[in-house]
Design a binder for this molecule. Structure first.
Ligand code: PLP
Length: 375
């Protein structure tokens, strides 16, 4: 049987990984500044994580959502405490798209409206409503295109208000820092304006923190810098450090009832154990403060590159923008220097999404390689 050819693959076969390094089948070491697409938060094969998952696997890996699962309660309590989102409720699922799909669906249940407002260059996943709210017609099938979605430029409060006036919008969904799109972030005034408009016109304000959450920006969630209280917050990626888990945090004003949302695998024992281990390591190693410190070092080093057009993003969710397409540069970094980086919808932007455990000496390796390539 052949694999359905939807992914263009690099000819590299990772077989093991440790902290910020990945090793291929020829034992070549790669520095991971990509984190498997912002997924690896506490480093590959972290001993606390491996131990917690191994113990859980030997006890119980999965049952169903029809029984008591104290690990879900523990995860909710730890998440409330560490994220600062104390009064929110937690619903667990399996991926970022599923988190956004549930967020949008819940918004629609809550206010009984159905139109979505989303933003140019945004990415929210590939399930039905999530992909419809993603600004990329190439990945929206006719089936998904039936959703009523209107896209606005970041910053266009007037346009959003005009659309909200029709009173048919269930949700405004936004990434506070755009990931796939290319690290753009708007102003606090814009985000606070959106929040106010959502309240005025009874629409749910959804913060898509799938990529930016779980400490990646140095704050637990990226929206926290802007002093916002979203109605729903979606999470995934860094939440499980590679174990598939997603979830939404739901404001206490939104009430649940049996059967409203559901999933077979969401919140299973192994997934909860993985995410609890992630939170434990983030806390024990003070990785949010570390992220800010390392980010400052990265920005300082990057600012010394004369070829650079701009630096975007925050924490360890960063983009280096050049005035030429970066695809060859990215290839050379992988094959000649053994460094993984990421690309974006913006063809001139190199994305940097390393494990949050990365150290200055690792960044020095990257900047040496980059200087050689840019010379
Ligand atoms: C901001 C954002 N939302 C949602 C998703 C979709 O997540 P997943 O691929 O886990 O479905 C992504 C994935 O890149 C993302 O970056």
């Amino acid at each position: 049987m052949s694999l359905f050819p939807v992914y263009p693959l690099y000819d590299i076969t990772p077989v093991k990984a440790k902290d910020v390094f990945v090793y291929d089948d020829k034992n070549v070491e790669y520095l991971d500044l990509y984190g498997g697409h912002a997924v690896i938060s506490i480093g590959h094969a972290h001993p606390t994580y491996v131990d917690r998952l191994t113990r859980q696997l030997k006890e119980i890996a999965f049952y169903s959502n029809a029984i008591q699962n104290p690990l879900q309660e523990q995860l909710a309590a730890e998440l409330a405490d560490f994220s600062g989102c104390k009064d929110y409720q937690l619903f667990l699922c399996n991926s970022g798209a599923e988190a956004n799909e549930n967020a949008l669906k819940l918004a629609s249940f809550h206010n009984e409206k159905s139109k979505i407002i989303a933003f140019k260059n945004g990415f929210h996943g590939r399930t039905s409503a999530a992909v419809a709210a993603t600004d990329n017609p190439k990945i929206v099938a006719p089936l998904n295109a039936q959703q009523d979605v209107e896209f606005f430029e970041l910053g266009d409060l007037e346009g959003v208000e005009q659309a909200l006036k029709n009173n048919d919008v269930c949700a405004v969904i936004i990434e506070f820092i755009q990931g796939v799109g290319g690290l753009d972030e708007s102003t606090t005034a814009f985000y606070q304006g959106l929040e106010k408009l959502c309240k005025t016109y009874n629409a749910c304000f959804i913060a898509d923190e799938v990529q930016s959450g779980f400490g990646r920006t140095g704050d637990f969630f990226a929206f926290q810098k802007h002093n916002i209280t979203p109605d729903i917050i979606s999470m995934a990626k860094g939440m499980g450090n590679g174990f598939p888990i997603g979830g939404i945090l739901i404001h206490p004003d939104i009430k649940g009832r049996f059967g409203l949302l559901g999933t077979t695998f969401g919140g299973n024992h192994l997934a909860c154990a993985a995410s609890i281990a992630v939170l434990d390591v983030l806390k024990a190693e003070d990785l949010l403060a570390h992220t800010k410190e390392i980010s400052a070092y990265f920005l300082e080093k990057a600012s010394q590159l004369p070829q650079l057009k701009s630096i975007k993003g925050r924490g360890l969710m960063l983009g280096l923008e050049f005035d030429f397409p970066i695809s060859d540069l990215r290839k050379n970094l992988i094959f000649d220097h053994h460094i993984f980086t990421g690309s974006a919808k913006n063809p001139n932007l190199l994305r940097i999404l390393p494990p949050l455990t990365i150290q200055k000496e690792h960044l020095d390796i990257f900047f040496e390689a980059l200087k050689t390539e840019l010379a």
